[in-house]
Design a protein around this ligand. Structure first.
Ligand SMILES: [Zn+2]
Length: 343
């Protein structure tokens, strides 16, 4: 192994592979190779990194995959030029907020096959991150701050324990691939239609009952959804209760409707009432009459054909959520929305 380093040293090497050398620590002589930009230390038995690693000022790629690290080494926070960091298949349980806050140039972060329970909000500093992979860990939730990662193009959270995803995820407008298979998701956040570049979505092996509103407008090329709890289309008898809207809802519908008219008094005055504006931002729009409402009156579902409606190569249909404002709209002829029965 020393021979490799000597050769690398003479050649002022920018890249050094010490993969699969049964190393327990990083050899001292590596630390003098200050021109290194790529250092591969994967498939060894390394448990810690030396503090002198900071001498590798130009290091852009560091592979520590398949070692025996129990945490993300603190020294990494000084390697600010790092672009690719691989830490897969170690025994890491916690992700250091300090290291995440410091690695502002990171483009690829791979934490697959560890025992990580949470990701720190400080990950919002990774503004250049394009690939994030935390496959096969123990994540129970991910922070809303991931929504700050606006360059993110691929995210893999497969095989964790997630029961929900944050709404803010849909600020990651560059996402093209999202893998969240084998978790415990009962729903996907509304607003997914904002992910205009999403091509691959894998939600197989969760507890989803339907897809969010306007899901079928996504430009998906690949969708994996087997092993969920999707609603079926089968008739059950139902009773329609008399429809009485609360005063708050009646007023909200009126204000939302008036607010669409830019010449109306309400539209002009509403910005003076930020609390009211925030409240009304939760409103939505009836799938039948297209008029606005604040609180969902009737949750419905329509069955979307992957081939006909989404131009995908599959003969399957999927249930997509639709919100209706009233029984009046529900009882209108000519739509294909079904009420959802809870049993
Ligand atoms: Zn309606």
């Amino acid at each position: 192994m020393a021979e490799y380093v000597v050769r690398a040293s003479h050649g002022k090497a920018t890249s050094l592979s010490l993969s699969s050398k049964k190393l327990k620590e990083v050899p001292q002589c590596v630390l003098s190779l200050t021109n290194l930009s790529v250092l591969l230390l994967n498939n060894n038995r390394i448990t810690a990194l030396p503090s002198q690693l900071t001498s590798l000022l130009h290091l852009a790629e560091l592979n520590l995959g398949n070692n025996a690290l129990k945490e993300i080494p603190a020294v990494l926070r000084h390697l600010e030029s790092l672009k690719k960091l691989y830490l897969f298949s170690n025994q890491i349980t916690a992700v250091s907020p300090e290291v995440m806050a410091a690695l502002r140039n990171l483009v690829v972060l791979n934490l697959n096959h560890n025992q990580i329970q949470r990701l720190p909000p400080e990950m919002k500093s990774l503004r250049k991150l394009r690939h994030l992979s935390v496959l096969d860990n123990n994540l129970e939730e991910v922070p809303a701050e991931l929504g700050h990662l606006t360059k993110l193009s691929e995210m893999n959270l497969t095989s964790n324990k997630l029961s929900r995803l944050p709404e803010q995820l849909y600020q990651c407008r560059e996402l093209t691939k999202l893998h969240v298979a084998r978790n415990q998701l009962t729903s996907l956040p509304e607003g997914i239609v904002a992910l205009e570049k999403l091509q691959v979505l894998d939600v197989a092996g969760n507890k989803l009952s339907m897809f969010p509103v306007e899901f079928h407008l996504l430009p998906l090329k690949e969708l994996h959804f087997e092993g969920n709890r999707f609603v079926h289309c089968e008739p059950v008898p139902s009773v329609q209760d008399a429809e009485v809207l609360a005063l708050k809802e009646l007023v909200a519908r009126f204000v939302l409707w008036e607010n669409r008219n830019r010449f109306s008094l309400i539209h002009r005055r509403l910005p003076n009432y930020p609390l009211l504006t925030a409240l009304l931002a939760n409103g939505s729009c009836c799938a039948v009459c297209l008029r606005p409402f604040l609180t969902t009156w009737l949750e419905c579902v329509h069955f979307v054909s992957l081939r006909k409606d989404m131009k995908m190569r599959s003969s399957l249909t999927i249930p997509v959520r639709a919100l209706l404002c009233s029984y009046k709209c529900f009882n209108t002829e000519g739509h294909s929305y079904y009420g959802v029965a809870i049993r």
